[in-house]
Design a protein around this ligand. Structure first.
Ligand code: CA
Length: 170
């Protein structure tokens, strides 16, 4: 799974990137509106984590021009791109949450947030986007719960080693 993290705060961005990589996601991190637009215009992502308060970037030289994370979200949806988006923002006003969801965000988290909650929301949004209501992935007799990384085959638990991705019966 490949995520695009759009966050201008260096400490938050570094922390989130490290935490999400530990969860097994490939993470591309950009810090302004122009870089986010460029990444989304040229690459495919499974999910976008989008801060709302962002510098415009690009040739504007960082001056405030009224563009922000909502600009990224609106132009993504205007192109018909349905990549799921979770908005991450310090703006805790109800009006901002409503505007974000109305502009096409799939979910919304107000900073500071709990990493476990973020991970659970990412899984829930990816699940909904994939058209699955069930939390585990199934293929024949094998199922995987992404939350616990628990694999079962015919109802029996298997142990997975991340480095080799090979499974063996416990
Ligand atoms: Ca910000």
């Amino acid at each position: 799974m490949r995520l695009l993290l759009v966050e201008d705060d260096r400490m938050i961005g570094e922390g989130l990137r490290a935490a999400l990589r530990l969860e097994g996601y490939a993470v591309d991190w950009v810090r302004d509106v122009a870089a986010a637009q460029a990444a989304l215009g040229s690459e495919r992502f499974d999910l976008v984590l989008l801060d709302l308060g962002l510098p415009p970037g690009g040739r504007s030289g960082g001056a405030a021009t009224g563009v922000d994370g909502m600009t990224v979200l609106r132009s993504l949806r205007a192109r018909g791109d349905a990549t799921p988006v979770i908005v991450l923002t310090a703006r805790d006003q109800r009006g901002d949450r409503v505007a974000g969801l109305d502009a096409g965000a799939d979910d919304y988290l107000v900073k500071p947030f709990d990493l476990d909650e973020l991970n659970a929301r990412i899984r829930a949004v990816l699940r909904r986007h994939g058209g699955r209501a069930e939390p585990s992935l199934r293929c024949g007799p094998v199922s995987l719960d992404p939350a616990t990384r628990q694999v079962t085959r015919d109802g029996r638990r298997w142990h997975c080693r991340r480095a080799s991705s090979r499974c063996s019966r416990r």
